[in-house]
Ligand binder design. Sequence first.
Ligand code: ADP
Ligand code: MG
Length: 756
Amino acid sequence: RPAGWAAGAGAARPGARWVACPVTVATGQGEVAAPAGAMVKETIRVYARVKPVGRRQQAGIYSVDDDEKSASSLEIIVPRDLADGFVNNKRESYKFQFQKIFDQEAKQDVVFESIAKPVAECVLAGYNGTIFAYGQTGSGKTFTITGGAERYSDRGIIPRTLSYIFHQLQKDSSKVYTTHVSYLEIYNECGYDLLDPRHEASRLDDLPKVTIMEDPDQNIHLKNLSLQQAANEEEALNLLFLGDTNRMIAETPMNQASTRSHCIFTIHISSKEPGSATIRRSKLHLVDLAGSERVTKTGVGGHLLTEAKYINLSLHYLEQVIIALAEKNRSHIPYRNSMMTSVLRDSLGGNCMTTMIATLSLDKRNIDESISTCRFAQRVALIKNEAVLNEEIDPRLMIAQLKKEIQDLKDELALVTGEERTAELSQEERLRLDELIQRFLEDNDPESILDVGPDMRKIKYCFIHMKQLMNDSKISEKKLLSQHVLEEKDTSIQTGKEELKLKELLQQRDGEINILVNMLKKEKKKAQDALFQLNAVSSGSEVLDQSVSINLEERRSPFGCINLKEAKDFSCSVHRLPFLSRQTGEMSLGCQEAFEVFKRDHADSITIEDNKQLLKQRFAEAKSLGQKVNEVRNKINHLKGEITQRYIQKAALAVASPSEELNKFDPIEEKLRAQIEEEKKSYKMMFNRLKGLKVEIEHLQLLMEKAKVKLQKDFEVWWSEEATKLQQEKPELVNASNTVAVYPQFIKSSQHLSTN
Ligand code: ADP
Ligand code: MG
């Protein structure tokens, strides 16, 4: 980056607004092209989105005023009966300004067009961008950022942005682009890589934690967060779904990651013009924050409370950072207090185009949360960011360029002086110079000069040579005088060397000891784990005893519904229930049957069924479209054949009677060509539609896959809850008939098996 960059052109544009893309900066008088390397100053844009409340519309709680040109305002009216509950606020209505407010009926495509597209454009131009959603749980953050799990049209900002970015990249052949994505989850102040392939196989706690590192320039780097290359939209979408599925798998009732964790999906783009040494890098963070509700509401005690406290704490730190940024003359911004504020440091008060979406679930119960979300948004709107183009020089290319420049200069020099110059002086030249120097030194004439001509190599050589001669003579003069001084120095150098050696040895030993201690610690932990597992097995066997009394005969059979291992895991944790082992895909018969029943009653199965139908339709459509495309292609080939036929006929005619002109205008051929053009048009249209269908089909397949995983998970949870209940409530009743009423499905499946 060239020196003095920060003071560049952009600094002179306070308050410039980025409208569509930072390359053109709108000033009040119209758009002006910003010079390359510009900096754009801009306050964080803040939007609001109100979630649909369903059929039971509660009128009069809020109103949206869209009249003003550049902003709209939201007025929240506190109903009288609630107003008394507000201890500190006797006001009954609150007004908040937003860039734009998306009311209940706003669709995903509109939200994308007005919020995300401008940011995506900035990112394509080489600036960093962030979009984050803030709001209480259930207000639509995930719906807005990722999308709904049911309809293709419900896909949110991430898939739409990916689609848009890849389309734009494809269109631009003037640059070479590389895209990567990463997906980070922050839960209880720990970072997890949602794209880590080990996610499926291991518990969340066993995965390597993503940690923050800061380089001397105070840039943030994330250790253990993988950057996965995505060459096209499809690959990027697959990664998004992989991450979402991993997030879902890790989630249990004890660990409601989706409401208590922050998720940051990042698209990294680097671009380079062919032959240029300048690389532009930009990042787009799409952030789904944890629910912003306050602790008191979640106060369930125990584990949940610590989590809630943490979440509250990290959002509290976010708020502190935002307050500090909004204050003028604050030199210290407390970014380091939490992982999330560290990761988002550049997005808040830094080098980034940042946008916030305040999601609101505006019904009576949520009025206070909605007001606090809006208050937060108003403070965020005060923050100014300065986004600069992220350009850097590729050193390898730079070297190549410099080498070429040197060669050019050498050639030029050779042309001017008429002699070829090498980097080094030749042996002959050096000898000749030695002679000249000797003669110059011996010459007593004060007027004498040493002339070696306009050659820097020779001039330098002379200076070095003379310095050497001078040092030599000094040394020989002092030699006798300082004999013993030199000796002393010698010994001190030697002791110094020895000391250094010993120090190195010491360090090496320290290192070895450290490694041994670590190994010991690991062994100790392993032993503890083993002990823990042993305990778990023994407590698990209690469950086993009770399950025997449920008369699960099949315990002895290889298809047993609850075998030793399963029972153990029931009591161990609900974190991962291995009877639905994802690695093997096996499920015992009893479970399978229970699963079938569960599936039938599960709400999501309707969605799955709907999507299945839709998928079938789309497949059929794609198939018929494919056939049509083939037909058209055949038609085109046929028409081409006809033209060729006509040529052959005409050629034959020309040979037979040379008076006929070969290149004469042929109306029939023209007609054939026009027909081909027509067919080509419809071919292109159908082909594009087919491509669109492909994307949609893939998306639907991924949605279904996700729904299936969720169904399995819900089942696991239900199943384990049943097992725990069974264990807690009098086990001797389990065999009696009245339990059938309590656990009909559970007993039905096991009875069924034993009668079989
Ligand atoms: P959050 O992530 O803030 O906890 P979600 O995005 O999960 O909230 O939304 C909660 C529920 O509301 C989901 O079932 C979601 O599909 C639905 N929902 C949220 N916003 C909208 C919207 N704008 N249109 C339709 N459904 C929505
Ligand atoms: Mg969510």
